[in-house]
Design a protein around this ligand. Structure first.
Ligand SMILES: C[S@@+](CC[C@H](N)C(=O)[O-])C[C@H]1O[C@@H](n2cnc3c(N)ncnc32)[C@H](O)[C@@H]1O
Length: 273
């Protein structure tokens, strides 16, 4: 047992974090929690884990900072090529086909757990390439990590983070700046970055596509199911859900239909083929 974090303090913090975010800390992740708590104690100039717990309970802002500190924000542009092939060859063509006869030609997408923005910017670049004239789109990009949202909002990525962006996209949608690349306003204008904790209802309705990739993996089953049920409510009558390639709704009681496309497996609501 660690001297810094007793069993009972570990239990208190992991319950608090779970209740507030759905993020589940197993015994094997205990050292990660411990090191993040050490950082927060130093920053808050507090001596003991118990004093820090009381501080967090009294202070909503510190709770947000703690939740931010315990998240894993790893992401990259065009992550999981098979998903983007599915988006290009299956999802977008189906949406366009269905919409082109009607009057609503706005495609609404949510990147839930968007981290530092690489995912929503990838979506925006894809849609700028794929949607025919007369179509519009809106992307909501949300996360509970305020630090990550700020990076996304800024849209500046150093050279080390632009891997995966095809050269022609880099030339068309970014400006070279210092030792990195700045996303052009012509792309940024489509994305609204917002703080949102997936524990709560987003209030969103009628979305065409939800991306929630590599987020559910940090939740336990009841928290995953609650999030998936909320996605169902937020999505339109015919819509698509992308989760991470190592995540699955297998065994979960849900109305989402498993869609095995030629490129990747995704989930559908009201999708017949
Ligand atoms: C590993 S990143 C995934 C980023 C991106 N979706 C991708 O696949 O590349 C996971 C993100 O989920 C966010 N997250 C974790 N729990 C959350 C919650 N309860 N509400 C909102 N975002 C959450 C984290 O802050 C983190 O930025």
């Amino acid at each position: 047992m660690s001297e810094f974090l007793s069993d009972s303090d570990f239990e208190r913090f992991r319950t608090l974090i779970y209740d507030e975010s759905g993020i589940h800390f197993s015994e094997s992740n205990r050292t990660i929690l411990e090191s993040r708590l050490k950082e927060r104690l130093r920053a808050a100039k507090l001596e003991t884990v118990g004093a820090y717990y009381d501080h967090v309970k009294r202070n909503q802002e510190e709770l947000k900072v703690l939740l931010d500190a315990v998240t894993t924000n790893l992401t990259r542009f065009f992550r999981n090529a098979a998903h983007w092939q599915t988006f290009e060859n299956y999802v977008v063509p189906q949406i366009v086909e269905r919409r082109k006869a009607g009057s609503d030609r706005t495609v609404r997408i949510w990147s839930a757990g968007c981290s530092t923005g690489e995912e929503p910017y990838t979506i925006a670049m894809e849609l700028l390439e794929l949607l025919p004239t007369g179509f519009k789109f809106e992307i909501l990009a949300s996360d509970l990590s305020l630090k990550s949202l700020m990076v996304g909002q800024q849209g500046y990525y150093p050279d080390t983070r632009i891997n995966g962006i095809p050269d022609r996209f880099l030339a068309k949608y970014f400006d070279r700046k210092d030792a990195g690349y700045q996303v052009k306003d012509s792309v940024k204008q489509y994305i609204k970055f917002d703080y949102h904790n997936l524990k709560n209802d987003s209030g969103k309705r009628n979305l065409d596509v939800v991306f929630c990739r590599n987020v559910l993996i940090y939740f336990d089953e009841p928290a995953q199911k609650a999030v998936i049920d909320r996605f169902w409510d937020a999505m339109g009558p015919t819509s698509y859900l992308f989760i991470g390639h190592s995540e699955s709704l297998f065994g979960m009681e849900t109305q989402f239909k498993f869609l095995k496309t030629d490129w990747a497996c995704i989930y559908g609501k009201g999708v017949t083929s």
